[in-house]
Structure formats: C-alpha cells, structure tokens
Design a binder for this molecule. Sequence first.
Ligand SMILES: Cc1cc2nc3c(=O)[nH]c(=O)nc-3n(C[C@H](O)[C@H](O)[C@H](O)COP(=O)(O)O)c2cc1C
Length: 212
Amino acid sequence: MKAFKVLAIVGSYRKDGVIDRAIDEILASAAEEGAETEKIFLIDKHIEFCTNCRTCVEEKGLRRSTCIIDDDMSDLLEKIEGADALVLGSPMNFGTVTAVMKRFIERLVCYAYWPWGTHIPKVRNREKKRRTVIVASSAAPSLIARLSSRLVKLLKDASGLVGADPTGVLFIGCAAGEKHQDIGDRARKKARRLGKRLVIHNGPATWHPCRN
Ligand SMILES: Cc1cc2nc3c(=O)[nH]c(=O)nc-3n(C[C@H](O)[C@H](O)[C@H](O)COP(=O)(O)O)c2cc1C
C-alpha cells in the first residue's frame, strides 16, 4: 500500500530552532500514525525571486504553469503535489513570514491565471486535495503577535494555492528567550495532536475555526 506522505516546508533560518523543533514533533507524531515524513528547509534550496515576468500566469488552465526560471522550485512543487499532507512553518520576522518563505510564496503565483491587463489573479484550481498544519513563532507573546500580523493568513493563502486546506495552527510565542529554546509541553502536546490529525483525518478537508 502507498504510504501517506507528510511534507514539511520550513521557512526558519535555524536548524534546531523553535520552528524546526515544533515541526519535528508534528512529523514524529505523524510517523507514529504510519506516515512517511520529509522535512525541507527553504534555505537549503536554490529558489530565485519571482521577477514578475508573468509568463507562468498568462496561460489558461487548471494546472499550474511552468516558471521560466531554472532552479529548485519546480522539483519542490512536484514534491508538494505528491504529498498527502503538508506542514508550513515560519518564524515572524518584521511582522510577517521570513524573507525566504516570502520568496517561496511569491513563486506560487504559477497557481494563478493573471494575464496583463487584469486587476486580480484568479486561482486556477480551488480543489483541496490535502491538509496543512501551519506553524509560526514570535518573540512577542503569541496572541499579540498573531492578532497584529498577517503571517498566519499568508501561510493559509499559500497553502490554498497548492491545493491544501489548513487543519490547524500552532503559534509559539515568547520564542526568543534562549538560543536553542525548548518549545514547552503545551506546544509539544498541540504539535503531537496536529501531527496525528494530519494523518487520521485524511478524508475531505475541512477547516474548523473554532477548534484552532
Ligand atoms: C530579523 C528578525 C526580525 C524579527 N521580527 C520579529 C517580529 O516582528 N515580531 C516578533 O515577535 N519577533 C520577531 N523576531 C523574533 C523571531 O520571530 C524569533 O526569534 C523566532 O520566532 C524564533 O524562531 P526560530 O527559532 O525558528 O528561528 C525577529 C527575529 C529576527 C532575526
């Protein structure tokens, strides 16, 4: 039987940082439920900036179009499309996702149809084939950071573009106390719950705001 694949995309610059540790918990819990897991750090990939040439958004169609830039993005998107569930994680830097995560998100424009002369892009395919857990961290307390920024919304939008529905958010505040900070028991428990949920609830994706 084909294994259930969970792929994590990490937008943190730090291995063994808070985001990395939280994602490890989620993946470990998913693995305990029988999933095959993989973690990709965006800093390890060659991803160029979107140049707004608009070549990839000009062609009509449900399938994402090909970017003319020859880097690791195309392989990464193939991996994402081959995954059954995703984890998307980024620390909050200057009130939003890290630059490396933003660079990745801008390249997701290929999932939209947006020829010159039209005001707003149209998402090519709104079908949600997989689920996502979103992980974020901030130096500020989580409630303040979450309410004062668009970070979670940005990661949810990115997840929607790649055909995934967010099933939960883990936001870890006060994450800059020590260089290699433990994520704490509460976050660890939630990470484990979310990892399990990613694998167990793999039917049609639904988003329950009151549960998150
Ligand atoms: C350049 C930079 C900008 C940051 N901006 C913010 C911010 O706007 N708000 C905040 O709460 N924390 C901010 N932080 C703190 C990081 O969010 C925190 O160190 C991070 O969540 C820890 O994640 P990591 O261990 O995976 O690196 C910033 C850190 C850096 C290096």
